[in-house]
Design a protein around this ligand. Structure first.
Ligand code: BTN
Length: 237
């Protein structure tokens, strides 16, 4: 079920309420404390974009398998954009890109159950739908309207995404190899040399060979392939 709010601190906070169950989607027109990755704020002009959190039952996954949910959500977003003819890619770990520009940000949080299993997860998603002008401090944003050259019905995007998410979650539950294959095929800059930076500022060029089962990025530096966890390396766009 969809729950629409004019204003929330963040859909992530609201969706943590136990009254929301698997398949519920909490949508806000305004967030007073919208959150982005790495402790950053997420802000969005009113009436232009989509900001929501989708609640998912994750009790069939072990703690440590969280990345599978991120893959599932990312693919559902890619599937959604394909319905509008947009060729999206998944930029490790949490971003969806069109070309070299970011169109979606995702933040997922999980709560654990018993016996080493997850229990419940919330995917907080911000999709740039009809915004055409962005804060110049943002490095490389885009939106559906900028890519398509026309406005898009936000409710339709939300509803199509919901269908795509339910389909991909079904595949995840079924242990489908298709999900993993599709994810791999949609990785941003897969198989082409790209620039990366380590936390100490050292830069290097490497080729993405894939993403491992725990979400680690596999980078081939020409001599060997090393795996990097979230925050151990970042892209230079
Ligand atoms: C990122 O920094 O790329 C992640 C951004 C996630 C933004 C969405 S908007 C809906 C949900 N509520 C939040 O406070 N953040 C997420």
């Amino acid at each position: 079920m969809f729950y629409f709010f004019d204003e929330l601190t963040s859909t992530i906070d609201e969706a943590r309420d136990e009254r929301y169950v698997h398949g519920d989607v909490v949508v806000a027109e305004r967030q007073t404390a919208g959150r982005g990755q790495r402790g950053k704020k997420w802000s969005s002009p009113e009436g232009k974009n989509l900001m929501f959190s989708a609640v998912m039952d994750s009790s069939f996954l072990r703690v440590g398998e969280q990345f599978l949910l991120l893959q599932t959500v990312a693919l559902a977003l890619v599937d959604t954009f394909a319905l509008w003819g947009l060729d999206a890619r998944i930029k490790w770990t949490n971003d969806i890109y069109i070309g070299d520009r970011k169109i979606v940000g995702v933040l997922i949080d999980h709560s654990a159950g018993e016996g080493g299993m997850l229990r419940r997860s919330g995917a907080g998603i911000g999709i740039n739908v009809n915004q055409r002008e962005f804060d110049p401090s943002l490095p490389n944003p885009t939106s559906m309207a900028l890519e398509l050259g026309r406005e898009v019905d936000r409710r339709e995007v939300l509803e199509r995404f919901y269908e795509c998410l339910m389909t991909r979650l079904g595949e995840l539950r079924a242990g489908s190899q298709q999900l993993l294959n599709d994810y791999h095929a949609r990785i941003y800059r897969l198989g082409v040399p790209a620039s990366f930076e380590l936390p100490d500022g050292k830069r290097f060029t490497a080729t993405i060979r894939g993403v491992g089962p725990g979400g680690e990025l596999l980078l081939d530096n020409g001599r060997d392939t090393k795996s990097y966890l979230y925050r151990e390396v970042s892209f230079i766009i």
